[in-house]
Design a protein around this ligand. Structure first.
Ligand code: UDP
Length: 252
């Protein structure tokens, strides 16, 4: 790493460094795993490389389909160079199937297919436990402008359609996921952070068993075992599917 790189911020899953270019930051994906607002801690061997690989491929594919992301390139397999943005303090969750906190808070049965995707905003604030926001609370706290909320909601739904299709081709069901957005120096909204089994619920479409089908961080949260294998399988399926698509396009 260059001597110009200084640690800017260390989060639960990533470390952010400055680079010689103020418009570019370097993200280092860690193997550390946390759940339940960091009450549960552990390590998922090689998670940094796997999540960086999955996120990078997904960001690149979304970019090709017109979604602006912070992704630039990968100097090493567990590092991502990204455009510097100011992250909005919002966790934007999109749900296609009921799971996790939606089931806990509404009584909906796990696995209920939602009639339409649900977009929810949570306040990204660890000390408050990332609470679910109402739009009045979001504006009360000045977390984003109405225009930004409109743009983000539209982008989240568009990204959901694109990701659902990518995962469908991988024989994976996209249950729900969390996105973060940032604002760049030109006030553009970019998709940021990561898209990985840490931030998505992914179910193997060929499995019906409620434990065996899980290919995401719920394996760690619920001590289901084979966490690394599941992450590696997601990476492999994504790489294979996208490679196949590229070949098909080249032959066309
Ligand atoms: N999620 C995340 N970070 C968070 C909270 C949620 O990446 O801090 C993801 C989570 O992995 C799932 C989706 O957002 O794919 C919805 O999570 P939910 O609200 O059900 O929360 P849970 O209580 O299950 O973490």
């Amino acid at each position: 790493m260059s001597i110009d790189c200084q640690k800017l911020y260390e989060g639960k899953a990533k470390i952010l460094y400055t680079t010689e270019d103020p418009e570019i930051l370097l993200t280092d994906f860690k193997d550390d795993a946390t759940a339940f607002n960091a009450q549960k801690k552990g390590t998922i061997i090689d998670k940094g490389r796997m999540n960086c690989g999955i996120s990078s491929k997904l960001f690149q594919t979304l970019e090709l389909q017109g979604i602006k992301t912070h992704f630039i390139d990968n100097p090493t397999p567990n590092q991502m160079r990204v455009r510097a943005v100011k992250i909005l303090p919002l966790e934007v969750v999109v749900r296609n199937i009921a799971a996790g906190s939606l089931c806990k808070q509404t009584g909906l049965e796990l696995g209920t297919v939602l009639p339409q995707p649900l977009v929810e905003f949570y306040y990204k604030n660890d000390s408050l436990g990332d609470p679910l926001l109402t739009s009045d609370r979001l504006y009360l706290l000045n977390l984003a402008t109405p225009e930004q909320v409109d743009t983000i909601t539209h982008l989240a739904l568009q990204i959901n359609k694109l990701l659902q299709e990518i995962f469908r081709q991988c024989d994976i069901i996209l249950v729900d996921f969390k996105l973060e957005f940032g604002v760049d120096s030109q006030q553009q909204i970019l998709l940021a952070d990561e898209i990985s089994p840490d931030t998505c619920r992914l179910w193997d479409a060929s499995e019906t068993d409620p434990n065996r089908r899980v290919m995401d961080k719920d394996r760690f949260r619920k001590d289901l075992g084979n966490v690394e294998d599941a992450y590696q399988e997601v990476l492999q399926r994504i790489l294979q599917t996208i490679e196949q698509q590229n070949q098909n396009q080249a032959n066309y």
